[in-house]
Design a protein around this ligand. Sequence first.
Ligand SMILES: Cc1ncc(COP(=O)(O)O)c(C=O)c1O
Length: 474
Amino acid sequence: MANAVKSQKTAKKPARKAAKPKAKAPVVAEAAHGAAAVATQAGKTNADLLARRQAAVARGVASAAPVFAAHAENAELWDVEGRRYVDFAGGIAVLNTGHRHPKVIEAAKAQEDHYTHTSFQVVPYEPYVALAEKLNSLAPGDAPKKSLLVTTGAEAVENAVKIARAYTGRPGVIAFTGGYHGRTLLTLGMTGKISPYKKDVGPFPADIFRAPFPSARDGITVEDALTGLENLFLTDAQPDRVAAIIIEPVLGEGGYIPVPFEMLQALRAICDKHGILLISDEIQAGFARTGTWFAIEHSGVVPDLITVAKSMAGGYPIAGVIGRADVMDAMAPGGLGGTYGGNPVACAAALAAIEAIETEGLLARSTALGERFRAAFAEIGARTAPFRMWDIRGLGAMLAVEFVTDFETAKPDAALTKSVCAHALKRGLILLACGMHGNALRIMVPITASDAIIEEGLAIFEAALADAVVELSV
Ligand SMILES: Cc1ncc(COP(=O)(O)O)c(C=O)c1O
């Protein structure tokens, strides 16, 4: 602790390069995407908006930051009072290509000049077909693919389950401890964490089973997890009544824990043995976050279905299911879709975001960023919070650090994690926690962020960690 206090005193003050824009006097800030006009919202304050929000918005919708967005560019965001933040949260892993990627904005605007909605089920349009073609070409495996487009991640997961049930004629779904698949009732049933998501809103749909997630952190080996799954087949989930096993190849909300590759390979074999479909939920891990298009590619496993959303479209709401064509065609015409599913503006944005990932080398950049973060966290942990930063883990730039009260007991320290986030925000860095015990900080910074912004964010992180250690030690 003494070390931590000492390092707090010597912690370098983060460089806040951009001038704070004055109200009513828009300034121009240089961003990695290009020059951006940064306007404050004259007369608006965070406090006023917070009061209005509390009066008007349902309590169940929480916000991590008590400030309101006015403008954002790549990995920077300005609030309504003109304060600048480095954004390591990327709108919950949506902005691998950054806020307002110029190509994404240009494509969306161009689409808006033609039509914004016809409903694909009434009058179809090319951007939907083009995006499906692109997704089919990116998905791993040699089998022909087809895709379905919807609007949210939870909707994609729901539809993946529907398709799996229609194809197999079986009802069961197996998900994992700590998994997160959405907030609708079916996906909540699959989500493996009660508070705050599932609290007080059950019952959940039947025929959803939970298997143990292999977590070295919790002493659960791959062997233990597979034994748990075999036990599930003996006790609750009759294997020939199971339609699908769904897994996040890197646990997202559950703590950014990569699934060991041998576990994914074993799941593939178990699915093949019992005629069960394997669904890879790539909603948080996909589109360059881990250094590949889909995180499961690292393991060499080819899933039957993949759910996608978030960074697929650089900030526009669109999601989808990609899968083996024979599986995807199991449902009769009319069984899939929705009024807004595959909105044309969002399709155009997604095609542009995917092109940016391709042309700007963002897969390789993600791997390099992951290495930089790993090294920096190890140094910062040793320097600033010895024996509190328990684990640095992840895949590519999908990284988290976990905080504990001490290395001896390794007790999760949610209070320290929360305090780091709060101090980071005060110093100008947006951070988000995750994990079953809320004691991990995850990195979702745009992969397009410049080195300078990454280093600035890391310096603020170190200073915030030092602040938090001091705060919690008095
Ligand atoms: C792995 C995973 N699946 C599903 C979802 C649900 O997506 P949405 O919030 O768009 O419904 C999320 C959201 O965080 C997610 O991370």
